[in-house]
Design a binder for this molecule. Structure first.
Ligand code: DGT
Ligand code: CA
Ligand code: CA
Length: 574
């Protein structure tokens, strides 16, 4: 049975969750979380590395013990440590963690005080008003839990796109093995680069569908075949992910690709347009009466309804059809447009690589600059920098810049925005830096008015350059905090500062519709990897997807600027 990195990561995450509910040693918990992150970002399958005899302890955050566990999982598909932890706790307990607003501490209280270990029990207790008396809860959080439970079921069945990508790529390669197959493409929300996907919609072009269907349902990660017909099948993978596969002839490939890319709202609007022109449009082609007039390529489908090709990321019926009609579609930003990255960590705090290693990796990506932005002192858990250690890092960067060629390290900080909107380090120190990224890492539940005021105050600070992960959401873990984002965007315009698109696959924050608003307001966005190791630079591809969903062009993105222009823009904020 093939074990993917995503499977191992899921096991480590569950271990970390259970340890956290158990109030185990925080460093032990972090070790599992870091290892999970390393695996999720790893370009190559751990299984392959092991087969090649590679030493896994060379990977960031993987020590001897974890390397052993990875080998165990790859070989046996099992992890004894997890099984032991599961036995010692109630089944379903980690399900509770997926409910937004419930962290390990609260789950611990629910379990030990009220014997609640399933979402159903939680719902019942909230309805009976039993939660409000629990330490750390109250009437407000009880109401919030009732509210989120309503949407919870729907949310947990989706999966992060970056994770789905690992399953998708393996499956695409598998399907390409069949003789006669010309093209294999993942369509649906995946192709539109939504941050989570409900299922995978895979399209295969071949003249004969039977061999493709037979090969597909024999894939050894399938645990259930829900449907199998002549040209389509639906299955569930061991990971729980649902996959739809459809086989079409080359003459219909464009029409099918178009149709199954969606979104549904976009498709419906285009179909109406086709009808107005006396055309019929479906997954097989575009028809006038009975005659197919288009459908081999996507371009031909759009052409038939009088439009230029529209990039998949825009197809949400949010104005793209009108823009296509008017000839004002954006020239979307691409990965190759980026000149550098402005948010990265090193071993000085919770990163895994040295300054020198990070610089070399950034240069290898072809960039001309990389900003080092460690956490500030308030985050003691990750060894946030105090004044003395930041000064020391500034010196190190200066020295390294003298020595290195082809890459410039910029001096920055990811400084905590304190509860009252002040910044976590003194002005005279921030003044020595090239950029100051402000970040909210605490007090997520302030009222909308207070949270907004807090962030606006921080942005007013003379040295504030950029707001990190502006909404604070963690996909499927934490809802965005309640904040007046349009006001923050307007403030950024007035102050001449920037907003981040944090490219970590579980953040992808700023959210697409606000990217669009920021662009309209003339606020530059910066697509940042938030790298904690050299491998994390690959996150930028996810950030680009998010930026494209937000209609951003090269000129809307700060880190497409060459170094000299960038420096001028950064100085404007200091
Ligand atoms: P997901 O899977 O929830 O992340 O989102 P999608 O967009 O991938 O949705 P899915 O998998 O249900 O369907 C794939 C595409 O098929 C969808 O984007 C558009 C097309 N489609 C599905 N149902 C309909 C429909 O009732 N009418 C039209 N016009 N298109 C549909
Ligand atoms: Ca889908
Ligand atoms: Ca589907």
């Amino acid at each position: 049975m093939p074990i993917h990195n995503a499977d191992i990561a899921a096991i480590f995450d569950e271990i970390a969750d259970l340890l956290e509910i158990d109030e185990a040693n925080p460093f032990r918990i972090r070790a599992y979380r870091n290892a999970s992150r390393t695996l999720q970002g790893l370009g190559e399958e751990a299984k392959t590395l092991l087969e090649q005899g590679e030493d896994l302890t060379k990977l960031p955050g993987i020590g001897k013990d974890l390397a052993g566990k990875i080998a165990e999982i790859v070989e046996s598909g099992r992890c004894l440590a997890l099984e032991k932890l599961r036995k010692a706790s109630a089944p379903g307990l980690t399900e509770l963690l997926k409910i937004p607003g419930l962290g390990p501490r609260r789950v611990h209280a629910l379990y030990h005080e009220l014997d609640i270990h399933t979402p159903e029990q939680l719902l019942r207790a909230a309805r009976d008003a039993r939660l409000r008396h629990l330490a750390g809860f109250g009437e407000k959080s009880e109401a919030r839990i009732l509210e989120t439970m309503a949407t919870h079921v729907q949310q947990t069945t989706r999966i992060k796109r970056a994770l789905a990508a690992q399953y998708a790529q393996a499956l695409v390669e598998y399907l390409q093995q069949v003789g006669g197959v010309k093209q294999v493409t993942v369509a649906g929300s995946y192709r539109r680069c939504r941050e989570t996907v409900g299922d995978l919609d895979i399209l295969v072009s071949a003249e004969h569908s039977a061999p493709v269907m037979d090969h597909f349902v024999a894939y050894d990660e399938i645990i259930e075949v829900l449907a199998k017909g002549h040209t389509r099948a639906t299955v569930i993978l061991r990971s729980g992910l649902q996959v739809d596969v459809r086989v079409v002839r080359q003459a219909s490939y464009g029409a099918a690709l178009y149709y199954f890319t969606g979104s549904k709202a976009h498709n419906i609007a285009i179909r109406r347009r086709a009808q107005q022109r006396g055309l019929k449009i479906n997954e097989y082609g575009v028809y006038r009466k009975e005659k197919q007039i288009a459908g081999e390529t996507e371009v031909s489908v759009f052409e038939a309804v009088g439009l230029p090709w529209i990039a998949p990321e825009l197809r949400e019926n949010r104005g793209e059809i009108e823009a296509a009609e008017a000839g004002t579609l954006p020239q979307l930003v691409g990965l190759a447009d980026l000149k550098g990255d402005l948010h990265a960590h090193t071993r000085a705090t919770d990163g895994h690589n040295t300054l020198r290693e990070m610089a070399a990796a950034a240069r290898a990506h072809g960039w001309s600059y990389l900003a080092i932005t460690e956490h500030s002192r308030r985050l003691t858990m990750v060894h946030g920098l105090d004044e003395k250690r930041l000064l020391k890092q500034i010196d190190e960067i200066n020295r390294l810049n003298d020595e290195l060629s082809g890459i410039i390290l910029l001096k920055g900080i990811e400084v905590d925005i304190l509860d009252d909107g002040r910044l976590d380090l003194p002005d005279r120190l921030l003044a020595k830096l090239d950029l100051v990224i402000g970040a909210v890492h605490s007090q997520f539940h302030l009222s909308r008015a207070k949270q907004t005021e807090r962030i606006l105050k921080a942005m007013d600070h003379p040295h504030f350059t950029m707001l990190a992960h502006p909404s604070g959401r963690l996909l499927q873990e934490r809802e965005p905090y309640d904040v007046d984002m349009p006001r923050i965007i307007r403030q950024a315009r007035q102050r001449g500062c920037f907003l981040e698109i944090n490219a970590q696959p579980d953040r992808l924050d700023l959210i697409d519709t606000y990217c669009q608003l920021a662009k309209e307001e003339g606020v530059l966005l910066c697509i940042n990897s938030d790298a904690h190791s050299t491998g994390d630079f690959d996150n930028l591809a996810h950030g680009i997807g998010q930026a494209r969903r937000g209609w951003l062009e090269k000129r809307d993105v700060l880190n497409t600027r060459p170094l000299r222009q960038l420096r001028t823009l950064l100085k404007g904020t200091m």
